[in-house]
Design a protein around this ligand. Sequence first.
Ligand SMILES: NC(=O)c1ccc[n+]([C@@H]2O[C@H](COP(=O)([O-])OP(=O)(O)OC[C@H]3O[C@@H](n4cnc5c(N)ncnc54)[C@H](OP(=O)(O)O)[C@@H]3O)[C@@H](O)[C@H]2O)c1
Length: 236
Amino acid sequence: MNPAPGVAVISGAGRGFGAALTAVLAAEEWTVYGIVRPGYAANAGTDGRVRFLEWDIAHSCPKEVSQALAEASIDVVVNNAAVGSSQKTLAAVDPESLAQLLDNNVAGAVRVTQASLAGLLRPSAGGRRPLVVNVSSRLGSAALQANGEFAGFGTSYGYRLGKAALNMLTLSLHEEFGAELDVWSVHPGALATGMGRSGASKEPATAASELLRELSEPGGSSPRFFELGSSAPLPW
Ligand SMILES: NC(=O)c1ccc[n+]([C@@H]2O[C@H](COP(=O)([O-])OP(=O)(O)OC[C@H]3O[C@@H](n4cnc5c(N)ncnc54)[C@H](OP(=O)(O)O)[C@@H]3O)[C@@H](O)[C@H]2O)c1
């Protein structure tokens, strides 16, 4: 059974998994604050349940966005926005670009969580326990990396470092706020999106429905790292 509708904040709501999740939640009558880059919202049209907020999360939160989020009662924040990188060998890593990627993919998630925190900690109409979902990747698992699971994958240094740091953000948020909210890291699967590997065939709408199903399970554990569509935990 799907959960009673709530209020979600989703970063990177303009395309890929974030757009699919926005559509899936809105279809289930959730209210969604979709964070998109400046310039997107004007062309996106409006849907009564979706409000697009323009914010490049590599920069500080614009005043109108922080006001909108501060006034909301938020059930779920999904830190989904991220960029990839092609710097796959140490020699190819440009430290300046690496710092920019981490600013976007890690500090961006911190900024969105900070801007949403007051709304998350405000009791919501549905009485849900608040939840932060960090859209990570199994490539962020230090344990799987140490086991050599990704040898030959050719994943960039920046992407791996960013997803491992995002997992540590999950654990750090749990340490600070575990009494008040739940925190998950999720691997969405190999998605057929702009960022997906060639040959990836899982539709983002499928992953979005899987996350909706997880939101319907009351009292799931926290902190938690798992792959959508599988109940098995992933090692940190
Ligand atoms: N695809 C996969 O197979 C896969 C596997 C494991 C994990 N993941 C993770 O799943 C999440 C979604 O991936 P995806 O495949 O849907 O990626 P995607 O299609 O490339 O979409 C990424 C979204 O993030 C937005 N974004 C990035 N930086 C932003 C910023 N600074 N401010 C605002 N928006 C920003 C992009 O906006 P623009 O459209 O404006 O660029 C885009 O809407 C990511 O965290 C990714 O790492 C994906």
